[in-house]
Design a protein around this ligand. Structure first.
Ligand code: ADP
Ligand code: MG
Length: 248
């Protein structure tokens, strides 16, 4: 991980057929910065995260992570692979491989994306499993794990990549309420380590607590952003106020 890594997105645009979902997104993150994205559903939050590692392909825009520049107009396969090596993704529905154990889910990306030898990948996975409190589940398949444990494996998999940027897309919204706390606790620890992160969440109290900055999105645009106290206690834009009234 490059501690000095600055991340920026400039002029990011994405449509699905006639539907424009991202309407020119500009966003910067400093190294170690933790940014939470909030906003109504259908507003392009997931699409923004997915475009940032080309799970969705933007039509236009430039993504920079440190010395890597990826311009949608000229992007190459090599650049997409490089972008994926520098980012890691935590999905709402965990997206674990059902036919792989917890340990194999963690080593998969290390071996496949990073080219780390199996023995070293296993050592790293075992350190991560200890760190996330799941050493005793190393050989368990996802179906044998609770929702909270599955998402902790999903987060452990992303932690193992030691990426420049961790992307979290509503990591607790598919969980039964009883598992939310343990997953938030783990994300809080990742945040405490000053991992650069972009997290989409509807957990407003959590966002206020862990984020250096809150970004409010609506209609494929960033409407307003600022420190949590400003956005939550003193939002300037009427759309932000209306959203916070609805969710608060
Ligand atoms: P959010 O995460 O803020 O709820 P999304 O980024 O998931 O919003 O979706 C934004 C809009 O894009 C929605 O109208 C959604 O239906 C549409 N959309 C997202 N993914 C696709 C897709 N693969 N094909 C067509 N439309 C999509
Ligand atoms: Mg979403």
């Amino acid at each position: 991980m490059n501690a000095d890594c600055e991340i920026s997105v400039t002029g990011l645009r994405k449509s699905f057929g006639p539907l424009t979902v991202l309407n020119g997104i500009d966003l910067r993150l400093k190294a170690g910065e933790r940014v939470a994205i909030i906003g109504p559903s259908g507003t392009g939050k997931s699409t923004l995260l997915r475009c940032m590692n080309y799970l969705d392909r933007p039509e236009a825009g430039v993504i920079r992570i440190g010395d890597l520049t990826v311009d949608a107009a000229t992007v190459t396969r090599q650049q997409i692979l490089a972008l994926r090596r520098r980012t890691s993704f935590v999905f709402q529905h965990y997206a674990l491989f059902a036919n792989k154990t917890a340990r194999e889910n963690i080593t998969e990306g290390l071996i496949g994306v990073r080219g780390i030898p199996l023995a070293e990948a296993n050592r790293r996975a075992d350190r991560i499993l200890a760190d996330i409190g799941l050493s005793d589940k190393a050989g368990s398949y996802p179906a044998a794990l609770s929702g909270g444990q599955q998402q902790r494996v999903g987060i452990g998999r992303a932690m193992a990549m030691e990426s420049d940027l961790m992307l979290f897309d509503e990591p607790t919204s598919a969980l039964d309420p009883e598992w939310v706390g343990e997953v938030l606790d783990l994300i809080r620890r990742v945040a405490d380590g000053r991992q650069t992160m972009l997290i989409v969440t509807h957990e407003m109290q959590f966002a206020r607590e862990i984020a250096d900055r809150i970004v409010f999105m609506e209609g494929g645009r960033i409407v307003e952003q600022g420190p949590p106290a400003q956005i939550f206690d003193n939002p300037r834009d009427e759309r932000t106020r209306a959203f916070l009234r609805r969710v608060g």
